[in-house]
Design a protein around this ligand. Structure first.
Ligand SMILES: Nc1nc2c(c(=O)[nH]1)N[C@H]1C(S)=C(S)[C@@H](COP(=O)(O)OP(=O)(O)OC[C@H]3O[C@@H](n4cnc5c(N)ncnc54)[C@H](O)[C@@H]3O)O[C@H]1N2
Ligand code: MOO
Length: 396
């Protein structure tokens, strides 16, 4: 099966979670489900950009350090003052940053350009009309779409939503993913290893990948290579999750627990023309979508990147579910299996627009993956890429 076909099939199995309204502070990393329209302008009112004095520019047009102009200070306007006494000609209001500029004033003189007076103020520098006044609506006009549906809600977007008065936002409920690691050789980090055992690492890695993609992950790390144990582990959790994501137990051995437990029960196992990540499983078990990834750590994370993450994010409503792609110049030659798409780990240099492979193609080389910032995508029909070739990279 081709990469494109398996990708489409994974996307087809995942359903879109329902839209719900969440407090803005709980929306980090989610996709906005509907356009956000601002009911107010930003700034909501003309306000001062400086601590100083609100004046009519014409009243102090002649001010210089040698010929200062003094004005009586009629009002004190701190930020948060909600009445707006007008400025009478020939007077000044002391004003703070963010406070409303009074009707009648058209400039703010920064406090540094005055004697800081409270009864009268001496203005040493003439402001130009409009100086240090932030106009209502110059950032956002009322009725504008400030955030389009599908945008990822990061810190700036959540700040903007709050600034226009939104307390909650419509988002798709993050998909709940059960991450399940299988393998009788797996040991919890922190405990001693016996010969033949390894530390379990896919669970944390895949659960983190789910969370980084905007989903919620529940982790079940130590399911032994035993069909009954796998069914027993799954059964109580199936009702509460949108996706089961397994790793390991899908290839051609004598103890392929995921394959043995789920084939013929709604999940199909087949090979995808990709390296790493060849053996894959996909389907529904008891109505719940299942993606069964291979156990080799690099295969598991690369398969997640190529097949699961885009589908998960599309289901969550992201307008751009895929990783950004770039074309870069390869700095050393590469070989790739023919008739299979290869994803190699690389370091992309955005300045030089080059990419260097890190580590070899082996799907156990986790340390190289941990130094990579991109995947190189080598097409199916390419088996050799000389240094200097242009290659597509996916930025991680
Ligand atoms: N005769 C064949 N053998 C294999 C084939 C094949 O086509 N024919 N495919 C190879 C490829 S490619 C891959 S990838 C692996 C996939 O194997 P499984 O999905 O069945 O995974 P396991 O055998 O359970 O584990 C593979 C490898 O990864 C380690 N592992 C597994 N889970 C974890 C975990 N949670 N944390 C850390 N490491 C894990 C495991 O110990 C193995 O070393 O099959 C090839 N074989
Ligand atoms: O496809 Mo396996 O995922 O190469 O190592």
């Amino acid at each position: 099966m081709s990469v494109a076909e398996h990708r489409a099939r994974v996307a087809g199995v995942l359903g879109a979670p329902p839209v719900e309204r969440r407090p803005v502070a709980d929306c980090l990393g989610l996709a906005l489900a509907e356009d956000l329209v601002s009911p107010i302008p930003l700034p909501p009112f003309d306000n001062s950009a400086m601590d100083g004095y609100a004046v009519r520019a014409a009243d102090v047009a002649s001010a210089t350090p040698d010929t200062p102009v003094s004005l009586p200070v009629a009002e004190d306007v701190p930020a948060g003052r909600t009445d707006s006494p007008p400025l009478r000609p020939g007077t000044a209001h002391r004003i703070m940053t963010g406070a409303p500029v009074p009707p009648g004033a058209d400039a703010v003189v920064p406090v540094e350009d005055t004697d800081r007076g409270t009864a009268t103020v001496r203005v040493d520098v003439a402001p130009s009309p409009g100086a240090h006044v932030r106009r209502a609506g110059e950032d956002v006009v009322a009725g504008a779409v400030v955030l389009p549906a599908g945008v990822e809600l990061g810190p700036a977007q959540l700040g903007l939503a709050s600034a226009v008065g939104a307390a909650e936002l419509p988002v798709r409920r993050p998909p709940r993913v059960l991450v399940l690691s299988t393998g009788s050789e797996l040991v919890e980090p922190g405990r001693p290893l016996l010969g033949g055992q390894i530390y379990e690492s896919n669970g944390v890695m895949l659960a983190s990948a789910v969370r980084a993609a905007g989903g919620e992950a529940e982790l079940l790390r130590f399911v032994p290579d035993d069909v009954a144990a796998l069914h027993a582990a799954l059964a109580p959790r199936l009702g509460a999750v949108d996706l089961v994501l397994t790793s390991g137990g899908v290839s051609a051995g004598a103890y392929e627990v995921v394959k043995d437990a789920l084939s013929g029960r709604g999940v199909e196992f087949y090979k995808v023309a990709v390296q790493p990540g060849g053996p894959q499983g996909l389907g529904r078990y008891a109505g719940v979508p299942v993606v069964a990834l291979p156990g080799n750590p690099v295969s598991a994370l690369v398969s997640f990147e190529v097949f699961v993450r885009p589908a998960l994010r599309a289901a969550m409503g992201f307008a751009e579910p895929d990783r950004p792609r770039r074309t870069a110049t390869l700095v050393e030659s590469l070989r790739s299996p023919s008739a299979r798409r290869q994803y190699r780990r690389g370091r992309y240099d955005a300045g030089a627009v080059t990419v260097a492979p890190v580590g070899g193609p082996g799907s156990h080389l986790l340390s190289a993956l941990a130094t990579a910032n991109c995947l190189l995508e080598i097409p199916e029909e390419v088996s050799e890429l000389p240094a200097g070739s242009e290659v597509t990279v996916l930025l991680l």
